[in-house]
Ligand binder design. Structure first.
Ligand code: GRF
Length: 213
C-alpha cells in the first residue's frame, strides 16, 4: 500500500477528489495545511484521515518552516506528496528531498502563466484555450516534468470566476488520474520529461468540434 500525503492551504477540493477516487494500492495517510483555518482539514478529519496544521507564520524563516513541514510529512512515510492548492513557495532543499515523488496542480496550460491570477491573464491575452497542468515539483515555481494536462474552451462571456470553475471541474478529473498512474508505476521521468505516450490528457471543449465530412 502506497502512502500519499496531501498538502493544502484552503478548501481542498482537489484533495477531496483524490480521496474520493480511492486510488487502488494507495491510501491518503495525511492531509497537512499551512493554515490552521484551511477548510479541507475538517473534511479530511471527518473521514478519519490524519490531519495537521503547521502555521507558516509561526516560523522564523522559510527554512525553519520547510524543516518542520518535512518532519510532519515524513512521519507518514510518503511514497507521493501531493500539493493541492498549497500556497507556499517551497525551498530548493525541500523540493530536492521529494524530487520525483511530489506533484502539484496548476490552473493553466504550463508553461503559459506560471504564478498567480492565471485565469485573468488568459482572458486578457485572448486565449481560446485554458486549462490545468499536473507536474512534478522542482525548485523553479510551476515548472517541472508535466504529468497531465487538461484543456477547456474559453468562452466569449467568460469571467475569471467562470473560467476558474470550468477548469476546476477538469482538475478534479485529471489529478486523481495522474495519482493513479503514479501509484500504478506507469509514470517515468526520462531526460527531465515524463516518458511514455501522450500522458494524461482531458478536455472540456465547448462547443464540441464539428464533425464535417
Ligand atoms: C486549484 O485551482 C489549483 O489548481 C490551484 O489552487 C486551487 C486549489 O483549489 N493550485 P482547491 O483547494 O483544491 O479547491
Amino acid at each position: 500500500m502506497k502512502n500519499i500525503v496531501i498538502l493544502i492551504s484552503g478548501r481542498g477540493s482537489n484533495m477531496q477528489a483524490i480521496v474520493e477516487a480511492a486510488v487502488p494500492g494507495a491510501r491518503v495517510a495525511a492531509v497537512i495545511a499551512n493554515r490552521p483555518d484551511a477548510a479541507g482539514l475538517a473534511w479530511a478529519a471527518e473521514r478519519g484521515i490524519a490531519t495537521a496544521a503547521l502555521d507558516h507564520k509561526a516560523y522564523a524563516s522559510r527554512g525553519a518552516f520547510d524543516a518542520a513541514l518535512a518532519g510532519a510529512i515524513d512521519a507518514h512515510a510518503p511514497d507521493l506528496v501531493v500539493l493541492a492548492g498549497f500556497m507556499r513557495i517551497l525551498g530548493e532543499g525541500f523540493t530536492r528531498r521529494y524530487e520525483g515523488r511530489m506533484m502539484n496542480i496548476h490552473p493553466s496550460l504550463l508553461p503559459a502563466f506560471p504564478g498567480l491570477h492565471t485565469h485573468e491573464r488568459a482572458l486578457e491575452m485572448g486565449c481560446k484555450l485554458a486549462g490545468c497542468t499536473v507536474h512534478f515539483v522542482t525548485a523553479e515555481l510551476d515548472h517541472g516534468p508535466i504529468v497531465a494536462q487538461g484543456a477547456v474552451s474559453v468562452l466569449d462571456d467568460d469571467t475569471p470566476d467562470s473560467l476558474a470553475a470550468r477548469v476546476l471541474t477538469l482538475e478534479h478529473q485529471l489529478y486523481p488520474e495522474a495519482v493513479r498512474r503514479f501509484v500504478a508505476g506507469e509514470i517515468a521521468v526520462v531526460g527531465g520529461k515524463v516518458a511514455g505516450g501522450p500522458g494524461v490528457v482531458a478536455s472540456l471543449l465547448s462547443p464540441a468540434p464539428s464533425s464535417k465530412a
